[in-house]
Design a protein around this ligand. Structure first.
Ligand code: NAD
Length: 355
């Protein structure tokens, strides 16, 4: 039995994580849940966006399923950590939002975002099956921004050899495990010669040690164009943090939007699975959210913990509901609410013929 930390999050987070939990429970997976709160609502209620107990739980269980969380928009908040540092001393760091705090403090350096065409989902493309690897800890997201004077702001873009090598090795190992063969590195080293140049060179050198992989590289602007013209040509993408963030929404758009885009944040000690979408305050509390991204994130989680049979069953159940189209949420052109769509997936899982 695997214990998973479940963090419902803000906005639609509690609705979509409850849906994913019910689906996993119906899948036959040997999973039990430890539910803990974090996010902006938790910050308002307790004064702490990510309480220490949440970090402790994820580090102990080594796996978490997390709902989307709000952000501070402009402000930063402090996270006080006691447990992880040697000697138990108190250390404070500041982050622009709770999700980034979790990724940073848990050292979840690899972000994996698959984008796959599902039959029944309106999209301009067919046959897209891309896995995007985004470096999650460096680049412009280290938070080193400052006002130089009243009219000028600047930010530091940090790329390291160690961070790029760790990311490229992770991508190569993942590809070998999942039978993928081709990876395209996205960069802008014609302009950012030192930073993106280091990322490109380190990734090329690291990937060259994996003989079965075919590796190419594209300037990230040209890559965007090629992706919207012929996305079915791409297999895996490997990107630094900022480009990965932007291109993963683009690849989600290629297969029908944020409602069907799952994600994983993986580190050495633990992994946290979450949908690509945010907490959608405009539809929160209305039972309208599409639970598919969160359910697909749970599928990735099930594979990560070795529950592949349950993962395949959940994916098949969701695929059937999407293809049949009668019980899908409004963003997918249907009229079902979150509860009805979730019930349809569970109904498929509980059919004797699906076992
Ligand atoms: P969003 O993804 O929350 O919403 C964008 C649009 O997509 C909205 O119209 C929303 O209704 C719709 N949408 C999103 N998920 C949906 C779903 N499952 N079903 C149906 N419709 C869905 O992006 P945003 O509005 O830019 O951000 C809202 C908040 O979420 C912000 O505070 C942002 O910082 C945060 N955010 C958090 C995460 C995370 O926790 N990983 C990721 C992205 C954004």
């Amino acid at each position: 039995m695997t214990t998973v930390t479940l963090i419902p999050g803000d906005g639609i987070g509690p609705e979509v994580t409850a849906a994913a939990r019910r689906v996993v429970d119906a899948s036959g997976a040997r999973v039990q849940w430890q539910q803990l709160d974090a996010g902006m609502a938790t910050l308002e209620r307790t004064g702490e966006a990510v309480p220490e107990a949440v970090f402790e739980s994820v580090l102990r269980n080594r796996v978490a399923l997390k709902g989307p969380m709000g952000n501070t928009f402009g402000g930063r908040f402090r996270v006080t950590r006691r447990a992880r540092r040697a000697g138990g001393e108190i250390e404070e760091r500041s982050y622009p939002g709770p999700t980034i705090a979790l990724r940073g403090e848990l050292e979840l350096f690899a972000n994996v975002r698959p984008a796959k065409t599902f039959e029944g989902i309106g999209s301009r493309y067919q046959g897209v099956d891309i896995v995007l690897f985004r470096e999650n800890s460096e680049d412009l997201y280290i938070g080193a921004e400052r006002m130089v004077d009243e009219h000028t702001a600047e930010a530091i873009k940090r790329i390291t050899h160690a961070g790029s090598e760790r990311m490229a090795s992770f991508a190569a190992d993942y590809m070998q495990r999942t039978g993928r063969k081709r990876v395209t590195i996205g960069h802008k080293s014609n302009v950012l010669k030192l930073t993106d140049g280091l990322f490109l060179k380190t990734c090329q050198d690291t990937l060259a040690q994996y003989p079965g992989l075919s590796v190419d590289a594209r300037l990230v602007d040209a890559l965007c164009m090629e992706l919207v013209i012929r996305p079915e040509r791409f297999d895996c993408l490997l990107l630094p943090n900022l480009y990965g963030d932007i291109l993963s929404d683009l690849t989600a758009g290629l297969v029908g939007g944020l409602g069907v885009a799952p994600g994983a944040n993986i580190g050495r000690d633990c992994a946290m699975f979450e949908a690509v979408h945010g907490c959608a305050p405009d539809i929160a509390g209305q039972n309208r959210a599409n639970p598919s991204s969160m359910i697909l994130s749970a599928v990735m989680m099930l594979r990560y913990i070795g529950e592949s049979v349950a993962a395949n069953r959940v994916e098949a159940a969701l695929g059937t509901v999407l293809r049949e189209g009668g019980k899908v949420t409004r963003d997918l052109g249907g009229s079902a609410d979150t509860t009805e769509m979730t019930a349809a997936i569970i109904e498929w899982l509980e059919r004797p013929s699906s076992a």
